[in-house]
Design a protein around this ligand. Structure first.
Ligand SMILES: *Cc1c(COP(=O)(O)O)cnc(C)c1O
Length: 368
């Protein structure tokens, strides 16, 4: 079986360094908010091209804490509306709700897997305060359009960069810098993955960075002096130490994903399959390579029977989830179509050329 993602293989090249980092960490006797977190925050801010990075416990909290931070700064208020894609990962929507804001779901676009910009325009109300694009599957949203839209309607831009570490514009601006504040997840399967849970926020906003640094640690200004009611969502010191090693190799790993994606795009030819749209620029880091088919379920079963593991991202749209009853009457035909048709093919950087050959030829031989 060719697995979808072999994390053991993926982390194997770093084994020696990871062990050295662990030994160092053990010797310091300092396990929470130590110098590894500070170093990682500096290095990741530099990588993203922002003045600040604040580590968090995970990506969900990173989104939520940005919104909580803006509430403390009185730039957002309970009940404000946040525009968010109807086909994003459910965490994006949960974070908005946890912050006491209202997610307003926007129809998806069939080609970009992102906002349908016509529908986005139509969802503006007097309560809309934030546009929250998810760079889904690792591909940048059209940020020029988002910047113009946000400016026209006086909105904050909060980006969900959980899947897009390293994706950049033609001018070389990284996804983490293309927003008022951006949330990152370092869940082990992401392009930059920790060996456990981890996340971060990047921003150029000094005030926001100052607030969220306190907010993630109970709202403490200094030890035991609470300025706000915060949360416990600190980036773990050991994970920060591991992430520093993996950050140095992120572009290299992304390039491997892109090379696999290029092979799929030029070599997969099957009338039952629609390939993802990509202009060949640096705006995509192929966290996932997502194809579409009317025969998606048959295709997945066929691939499994031929030793190829695939995953559906995601099978149920957020507005059809039992947990989100308030959206159940909503209708997003494109988003629903996507959830019925998408299938993710591995872009595991550790795939061998022979494995990529096999994936391509098995897909090309699919008939129904
Ligand atoms: C992974 C992910 C998250 C949540 O990150 P966690 O670290 O698992 O909390 C949020 N949004 C998107 C798009 C993701 O892929």
């Amino acid at each position: 079986m060719i697995p979808f993602l072999n994390l053991k293989n993926l982390n194997a090249p770093y084994e020696k360094e990871l062990k050295q980092q662990f030994d160092r960490f053990l010797n310091t006797g300092w396990y929470i908010l130590g110098e590894e977190v500070t170093f990682f925050e500096k290095e990741y801010a530099t990588y993203c091209g922002t003045s600040h990075c604040v580590g968090t416990a995970n990506g969900l909290d990173a989104i939520r804490i940005i919104l909580e931070g803006y509430k403390i700064l009185k730039k957002l208020h309970l009940g404000d509306e946040v525009l968010v894609a109807s086909n994003t990962y459910i965490a994006t929507i949960i974070a908005i709700k946890q912050a006491g804001l209202i997610p307003v779901l926007v129809e998806a676009d069939l080609d970009t897997f992102n906002f349908d910009f016509k529908d986005l325009e139509s969802k503006i109300t007097s309560k809309t305060k934030v546009v929250l694009p998810t760079h889904l599957y690792g591909q940048l949203t059209d940020m020029e359009k988002i910047f113009a839209f946000a400016k026209a309607h006086h909105l904050l831009i909060v980006a969900d960069c959980a899947q897009s570490h390293g994706a950049q514009t033609n001018d070389g601006n990284k996804s983490g810098s293309l927003a008022n504040a951006a949330a990152h997840s370092f869940y082990p399967t992401k392009n930059l993955g920790a060996l456990g849970d981890a996340g971060a926020i990047t921003t150029d906003d000094n005030e926001l960075a100052d607030v969220i640094k306190k907010y993630r640690n109970y709202g403490f200004e200094k030890a035991y002096i609470a300025k706000y009611i915060g949360v416990n969502s600190r980036l773990d010191e050991l994970q920060a130490a591991f992430l520093r090693i993996k950050l140095r190799d992120l572009d290299h790993q992304n390039n491997k994903r892109i090379a696999i994606a290029k092979r799929y795009l030029s070599e997969i030819k099957n009338e039952y399959i629609i390939m993802p749209q990509w202009n060949g620029q640096k705006d995509h880091v192929f966290h996932l390579f997502v194809i579409r088919s009317k025969y998606r379920n048959e295709l997945q079963e066929y691939l499994k029977n031929n030793g190829i593991h695939t995953i559906i991202h995601y099978p149920i749209p957020p507005h059809k989830q039992e947990a989100l009853q308030e959206f159940k009457e909503l209708y997003f035909p494109t988003s629903e179509q996507l959830h019925n048709e998408v299938l993710s093919i591995s872009t595991d950087p550790t795939l061998t050329p022979v494995e990529v050959d096999k994936i391509i030829s098995v897909i090309n031989n699919f008939v129904c």
